[in-house]
Design a protein around this ligand. Structure first.
Ligand code: NAD
Ligand code: ZN
Length: 398
């Protein structure tokens, strides 16, 4: 029998062995504003901050390029702003950085209702979001993305985490931001490689959820890659709508069959196996998407693009879709170890999201160790044949 205790009198009469149900519910909603210049972004920020104290956290590069100036403008607008930064790059998405940030926050005058501002790419947003979730049992935080990847993906959805040597994003939480203020003007300083990596996550959303977005990227990728403000704003707006609608169906991943994970099973393993950094997240996802072939006949890890079924503009924009085009060599043993770790985290099953047409996916969760080893052997063979300058018949090595 289940009993809801209502009065102290009832409490005294209660059989102490009766089950007690505790409940807690929370509904999170937040606005996403897509701006095309910093002045518009500052106006939105001031509206959301509403006079509270601000702890602005960024990385060293973004501090120099944008965040220092942004902090100055917030101070000019009458806000009390403290700012810190940590070294740029995936290696900083760590417990060590998080712990240093917690120490720094403890030295500020911030109280629980003040605001943490995460200004940067996905590394800053994931790390700072997790720190905000922990500090004082949860501080409100606002995301100000500065890379294309963070604009179209990382800033949205409240998945916050740091990496562990054994697995990507192993230590984290679901903790939604108070608002996301995107200024695509910040993309003017981002290099082509990072712009392409960001496009990978947008292409993913087109493939899994929106033929319209996919078609937009096919038509506009050249404008996006040269930083055209309107094209970038339209892309960010469209990708945000799709991500939010996919997430709203299952915000806390109760169902592990998430199409948004397309390209990520192999992608995360590649990032872990290469030591977080040499392969950008978007590049790893592009390879992961190329490896997740709908027919299952293609080797899982070999990454041989098949032009007959390859409808991804990833290759067109210059993203790696084969092992040969990754910026570093992939160690097959470390990749298998990383996949094993992912299997352990995901209830003992490796799930692959496979597209079966634009906007439609199926999930395969019965990939065996043997299939993975076969794929790794194929990857090894393809590397060896590349090294000796030969290509086996029927293989496409780009
Ligand atoms: N939480 C999520 O839902 C989610 C989704 C996708 C990716 N991610 C995570 O995001 C991370 C990758 O993010 P990223 O690719 O943005 O990497 P990043 O944050 O490391 O940024 C890439 C580089 O660009 C620099 N930079 C940032 N903004 C710039 C600008 N405007 N001009 C010039 N340089 C700039 C940074 O200093 C850094 O050196 C990964 O850890 C990935 O797991 C999270
Ligand atoms: Zn991703």
């Amino acid at each position: 029998m289940t009993t809801y205790i209502q009065t102290s009198e009832q409490f005294i009469r209660q059989d102490p062995e009766v089950e007690i149900i505790a409940s807690a519910q929370r509904r999170d909603e937040y606005p996403i504003f897509v701006c095309q210049d910093e002045s518009a972004a500052v106006r939105r920020l001031c509206g959301e901050i509403a006079g509270r104290r601000v702890a602005l956290i960024t990385d060293d590069s973004v501090a120099r390029l944008h965040a220092g100036r942004l902090a100055h403008r917030l101070v000019e607008a009458g806000l009390n702003v403290a700012m810190t930064s940590f070294p740029a790059g995936e290696a900083s998405k760590s417990l060590k950085t998080a712990s240093e940030l917690l120490d720094w926050l403890a030295g500020t005058a911030l109280v629980r209702r003040d605001i943490v501002l995460a200004v940067g790419g996905g590394v800053v947003i994931d790390t700072v979001g997790w720190v905000a979730s922990a500090y004082m049992r949860g501080m409100p935080y606002i995301n100000v993305p500065t890379t294309l990847l963070a604009h179209v993906d990382a800033a949205l959805g409240g998945k916050v985490a740091v990496n562990h040597a054994t697995a990507k994003n192993l230590i984290g939480a679901f903790y939604q931001p108070k608002a996301v203020i995107s200024n695509v003007g910040y993309l003017s300083t981002l290099d082509g490689r990072h712009l392409r990596a960001g496009l990978a996550e947008a292409i993913k959303k087109g493939i899994i959820g929106s033929p319209e977005l996919f078609e937009f990227i096919e038509r506009k990728h050249a404008d996006i890659l040269t930083g055209d403000l309107l094209a970038c704003a339209q892309l960010v707006h469209g990708a945000s709508v799709i991500k939010c609608s996919l997430i709203a169906k299952d915000p806390y991943e109760d169902d592990l069959q998430r199409p948004l994970n397309f390209g990520h099973t192999i992608g995360h393993a590649v990032e872990t196996a290469t030591g977080y950094g040499p392969v950008l997240h978007g590049e790893a996802v592009a390879l992961g998407m190329a490896c997740a072939r709908p027919d299952r006949r293609a080797p899982w890890l070999a990454g041989h693009g098949d032009p007959a079924t390859d409808h991804q503009p990833a290759r067109t924009v210059g993203l790696p879709t084969t092992l040969a085009s990754l910026p570093v060599a992939l160690d097959p043993d470390r990749t298998v170890a990383a996949l094993r770790q992912i299997r352990k985290i995901r209830d003992g099953r490796l799930r692959f999201v496979l597209p079966v047409g634009l906007g439609k996916t199926v999930i395969v969760d019965d990939v065996t160790e043997e299939e993975i080893h076969a794929a790794v052997r194929a990857a090894r063979a393809s590397r060896a044949s590349r090294a000796s300058g030969s290509t086996r018949a029927g293989q496409q090595l780009r």
